[in-house]
Structures are given as structure tokens and as C-alpha cells.
Design a protein. Structure first.
Length: 632
């Protein structure tokens, strides 16, 4: 073999010089994907060609940056659009064709009369088990369809009398059917009929059928082990309003009065006229109504605040230790119990063993915590003031049949974390006290969790310069961690490599560490239908008022350190995001800049730009703690 290699080398040296063929420039499209469907007349078209190359789309020359970047707001015609992208560099041309489909819901013609059968509602089956206890809004079923315009439409439920539908838009017919309390239906069909301008009548049946059994309420109990963490507020277990908005986040063993079903969801009545929807698979459903429940005297907890919370589960619900534990990222590794933080304010609300539904919210900029309990037959009482340096005033008020509201007006805005969970037969509302902060080194000892968005199989936003979001956020998080550690903080990275993490694994990391702050770092992008031109700059998202102060500080630092990004849309309070909903500590999410803005993207791609982002994030966190230390 050595002799053969030597002979080959000599032959190559003796051969005439070979001409190196120049490769055709590649056209890289980050977005949209091939065959993408949109309902809009433009699409965000972004990607890159080699530096120095030009670009034409279907024969039209388009602007390309010196680095090859293009971000375009490209017009689409109805139906299939085959965009031919060609790029030329050094006399070589590379091409590719990208198919984008613009779907257009064309109106049905006036004649012949027809109904779009796929548009008929209700789509899901509806069951009413206790219509007599429902308010009219809860018994209202929307019936509608799309059909030929200018006709006369009616609907029937089962064999009932026809009722009119109103044409609310060209060819769109709707009506609200209020189920009679006395109705007894068994999978009754909902049929719609349309008589058009040509005098012909067509009929269609909705996929969803109606049942009103009068069988009475049932009990639904949140399955044990389905709720992770003390304050994660997992959207997979949310109870929503009838319109789909999150209403409350159950805890293990929370028991509901179920009064119906909508498709795969069951409907729970929290109080007269107050219904929520829950996924049935998260509940154990049994006949009969929940046992009567009565509140006791509200007190401050006298248990050892450093000890783990004991738990006694209600009958038929296996015990679930509280606080919850953080599942290890390594399969088969047992979870580690986490003790309650020491020194917290703990308000105990006796429930007589019942695990009634509740919500807990911050109000008045964080100066008030409001705990609302649903389903207590006898409300809790507050015969004596709750004496604590954090409490300015406490109050218990009945709000109506089965609804009680406990409010804590605090001596200062609550900015450090709160939770509410069952503890045996009681509910325990826990409020973290302000930490002791040194004026000289306010970050010393603070536990900060930095989350580099996405990772592994989760690429995040498209990288038009061939680097996806996941690879831009990680170096920023790593460098910000170094800077914060230099100031004395204990910093935990949810990921320090290109690994795949679930959203709630990131939240559980912060909860298990009893973090002081959770900051998730991302880069922004626009959804379909948004013109990207001029939309740029940072945004900071948070759910609870306790996160406003650190969000303010971070936004100010980003704007101060990177004014070239543009001011951005700023603060986004009330965000319904998995990484901002946790309450165990202030939790927020930074959208550093827009991947869909050329200059914002170039700043993210530049190592010096990423250094500035890291400096701004570290400075914003430090500014927040310095302000808190100076206020004491």
C-alpha cells in the first residue's frame, strides 16, 4: 500500500494542472417550507444565497444583502404559486422551485342553491346532564353553515319545529339555539335547510348531535400524578371557559361537579352560571355529586417552615406528596423531594378534606393576592386579623352561592413567588418573603435560572443565514451566566448543550432549585400574514405582576445596550406562555430581536452582537436586584 500511494502522488504531480469547476450557488430558503399553505395574499419569503451572488424570483431581480440575506414580503396569487428562485455567482447559476399554495375560500354561487356541508355546526356532540341547573348561556348552542347567499334558512333539532337562521354575512347563516330545560333528547340531529334564489331547497346535518338526559351531575376528580410542580400551571391540564380561555389550573385531587360533555371535554359547573371545560382523560369520573364541603377558620400556618409539606389525600385519591418533585432528565433516576422554602408566609384555609376548585391571582400591581374558592357549602371564616409583616389586611367575602374570595392586601408588591396547593384537608397559600440583599453585592447568593430557548430537535425560528434560533440563544445564555456569576449569583442553565428539553422540564428546573428568577431567552419571528417590514426590536413577556419589575429592568437594559435594534413593542404582560405562567418565582421570556428583520438578524448572528445581548441581560437582572436592595 505505501508503494501504491507514492506512485499515485507522483502521477498527480506529473499531470497537467486541473481546472477546478465552480459550483453553482445554492439558494437556501429558511421559510416557507415546500408546499406551504397560507390564506393570505403575501408570504414571508426568507433565506440566503452565497455572499456576492444575486437572486431572481420568477425572473424578477430582488434585493440581496452583501452577506446573501434576503427577507421578502412576496405577493401570491390564488391557488398554486411555483416560485422559481435563481442565483448567479461567477458565471454559475443555481436554481430551485418553491411551491406555496394560497387557499382562498371562494363564496358559493347564488345558484344553484348549495350548502358547504363541512361548515355546518355544531361540530362536536353536546350532552346536558343537568339542564335544569344551567343558565341560559350554558344551554346555548350555536347553529350555522356556509351556503349560497340571499336564501332563507331554517334549522331543526331532532323532530322539533323549524327555527330561522339569519344571514350574518354573504352566505353565512347563524342562529343561537337555547335548549329548553324540559327537553329530553338522545343524540338528536341538528339539520339545516336553505331555500335559495332558484326556489330549490337543500338540507344538511351537523356532525354534532344533542343529548339532554336529565341524569344529573357526576363527580370528576383530577387524576393523581397528573399535575407536575407546585406552580407550573400546565396547559395540558387547564380548565377553560366555554370560549377556550384558560380559567384555572387544577391540582391533584381537585374535584369538580360535572354537568355535561362537549366532544372530548366534560363540562364542570363551578358555581351557578360558571362553567369550565376539562379534558375527560385527566379526570376520574364517578356517579353522584361531590360530598358537601365546609370551610374552617383561616389562620397563619404554625408548622416548621423548613419542613416538607405533609399530605393527606381525600378518600379514593391516592396520596400525592407535596411539594411535587422534579423528574430527573435521566430515565430511571428517582426524583428528589424538594423542601418548602424557609421563612415563607403560609396562610392555611381549612376545607374539611374537600379539594374544591380554586384560583389564585395577583391584583393591584402585585399588592393583593386573591384566592377564589368554588363549591364550598359553608365558606371559611376570618374571626381575627392575620398578623404578619407582609400582610396589611386580610378579608374573606362570599361572592355568591358556593363562591368565596379570600384577599390578602400586602404591605408591598409581592415580587418573589407564590403558590397554592392542598395540604391534607386544607389549602395552603404560600408567599415567598423578600430575600436579604446586600447593597454592595445584591446578586450574591441569588439563584437565577437562564433558559436558552429551544435546542436539540426543537430548532425554533428559521435562521435565514443558516443558523436556527436554538444556536443563537445558547451562546447568549452561557455568556450571561458567566457575567452574573462574576457578580455573585448562582446561575443554573436549563441546557448547556444542543439537547432537547420539554417546556415543563425547564420550569421544573427553576422550581426544584427554589430559584429567585427564571429568564427564558428567545429570538422573535412573525406568523403568516404579518408584513415583516419595520417590525423589529426586543419584547419581554410575563404573566403575573410579580415579574413586571425585572421585566422593566431587562427591557431598559436591552434598549440602552442595543439601541440599533429599534425600541420594539416592549412589555407584554398577561402572556399565556408555559415559561411565564410558573408562579414559584418571577418568570419571564425575552424575545431579544426579530429573526425576520435583516438588521436584527445580523446583530444576532454577529459574535459581538451576541456579547451585547448577554451584557444587556446580565445588566438588566443586576439592575433589578440593585433597585430592590436600595429600596430596603
Amino acid at each position: 500500500m505505501p508503494l501504491r500511494r507514492a506512485a499515485l502522488s507522483l502521477a498527480l504531480l506529473a499531470a497537467p494542472a486541473l481546472t477546478v469547476a465552480r459550483a453553482a450557488p445554492e439558494v437556501f430558503v429558511a421559510y416557507p417550507p415546500e408546499g406551504h399553505r397560507v390564506t393570505f395574499d403575501h408570504v414571508l419569503l426568507e433565506g440566503s444565497v452565497p455572499p456576492g451572488a444575486n437572486l431572481k424570483i420568477s425572473g424578477q431581480a430582488v434585493a440581496v444583502g452583501a452577506d446573501g440575506l434576503f427577507i421578502l414580503w412576496w405577493p401570491l396569487g390564488p391557488g398554486t404559486n411555483d416560485l422559481r428562485l435563481s442565483s448567479t455567482l461567477n458565471g454559475q447559476t443555481g436554481t430551485r422551485t418553491l411551491r406555496v399554495i394560497r387557499t382562498v375560500a371562494a363564496p358559493l354561487p347564488a345558484t344553484p342553491t348549495q350548502i358547504d356541508r363541512g361548515s355546518v355546526t355544531p361540530r362536536a356532540a353536546l350532552e346536558f346532564w343537568d339542564a335544569a341547573g344551567d343558565a341560559p348561556d350554558e344551554r346555548t348552542v350555536m347553529v350555522g353553515f356556509r351556503g349560497s347567499p340571499g336564501g332563507q334558512a331554517v334549522f331543526r333539532v331532532g323532530g322539533g319545529q323549524p327555527a330561522p337562521l339569519r344571514e350574518v354575512g354573504a352566505g353565512r347563516y347563524e342562529a343561537a339555539y337555547v335548549l329548553p330545560v324540559s327537553a329530553r333528547l338522545e343524540r338528536a340531529p341538528v339539520t339545516v335547510s336553505l331555500t335559495g334564489r332558484d326556489g330549490k331547497t337543500v338540507t344538511a346535518t351537523a356532525p354534532g348531535r344533542l343529548s339532554s338526559t336529565g341524569s344529573g351531575p357526576r363527580s370528576g376528580t383530577q387524576q393523581p400524578g397528573t399535575v407536575r410542580g407546585l406552580g407550573l400551571n400546565d396547559a395540558g391540564n387547564a380548565a377553560t371557559t366555554l370560549d377556550g380561555e384558560a380559567f384555572l389550573y387544577p391540582r391533584d385531587g381537585m374535584t369538580f361537579t360535572l354537568v355535561g360533555r362537549q366532544g372530548e371535554d366534560v363540562r364542570a359547573r363551578l358555581a351557578p352560571g360558571v362553567s369550565v371545560l376539562l379534558t375527560e382523560k385527566q379526570l376520574g369520573v364517578t356517579p353522584g355529586v361531590p360530598a358537601p364541603s365546609r370551610g374552617g377558620t383561616v389562620t397563619l400556618d404554625t408548622a416548621d417552615p423548613a419542613a416538607p409539606l405533609p399530605v393527606a389525600a381525600p378518600p379514593a385519591i391516592p396520596a400525592t406528596p407535596l411539594p411535587q418533585v422534579l423528574p430527573s432528565a435521566e430515565a430511571g433516576t428517582p426524583p428528589v423531594p424538594q423542601p418548602a422554602p424557609s421563612g415563607d408566609l403560609r396562610v392555611r384555609v381549612p376545607l374539611g378534606g374537600a379539594r374544591v376548585p380554586f384560583t389564585v391571582t395577583q391584583e393591584q400591581g402585585g399588592r393583593r393576592l386573591a384566592l377564589t374558592l368554588y363549591g364550598l357549602d359553608i365558606p371559611p371564616t376570618l374571626p381575627a386579623p392575620l398578623v404578619d409583616p407582609l400582610i396589611a389586611r386580610a378579608d374573606v367575602q362570599p361572592l355568591g352561592l358556593g363562591v368565596t374570595r379570600l384577599t390578602l392586601d400586602l404591605t408591598a408588591p409581592q415580587a418573589w413567588g407564590f403558590t397554592a396547593n392542598y395540604d391534607g384537608g386544607d389549602l395552603l397559600l404560600t408567599v415567598r418573603r423578600p430575600p436579604l440583599l446586600g447593597v454592595a453585592r445584591p446578586l450574591a447568593g441569588r439563584v437565577i435560572v437562564l433558559d436558552a430557548g429551544h435546542g436539540g430537535t426543537q430548532f425554533g425560528g428559521a435562521g435565514s443565514l443558516r443558523v436556527p434560533e436554538k444556536d443563537l440563544t445558547l451562546p447568549i445564555a452561557r455568556r450571561a451566566a458567566e457575567l452574573l456569576r462574576e457578580r455573585g449569583a448562582q446561575v443554573i442553565l436549563t441546557r448547556d448543550a444542543d439537547v432537547t428539553l420539554g417546556l415543563y422540564e425547564r420550569d421544573l428546573t427553576a422550581e426544584a432549585a427554589q430559584a429567585d428568577l427564571l429568564v427564558s431567552i428567545h429570538a422573535n419571528a412573525l406568523p403568516d400574514g404579518r408584513d415583516p417590514r419595520g417590525i423589529r426590536g426586543p419584547e419581554v413577556y410575563f404573566t403575573h405582576p410579580q415579574a413586571r419589575a425585572p421585566a422593566d429592568a431587562l427591557l431598559a437594559a436591552l434598549r440602552r445596550t442595543l439601541p440599533d435594534l429599534g425600541p420594539g413593542a416592549g412589555l407584554k404582560p398577561g402572556a399565556n406562555l408555559a415559561l411565564t405562567r410558573p408562579t414559584t418565582q418571577p418568570s419571564l421570556l425575552i424575545e431579544t430581536a426579530y429573526l425576520t428583520d435583516p438588521q436584527n438578524l445580523r446583530t444576532l448572528m454577529d459574535p459581538a452582537g451576541r456579547e451585547r445581548f448577554a451584557q444587556a441581560i446580565a445588566a438588566g437582572i443586576a439592575d433589578f436586584y440593585a433597585a430592590q436592595a436600595g429600596a430596603r
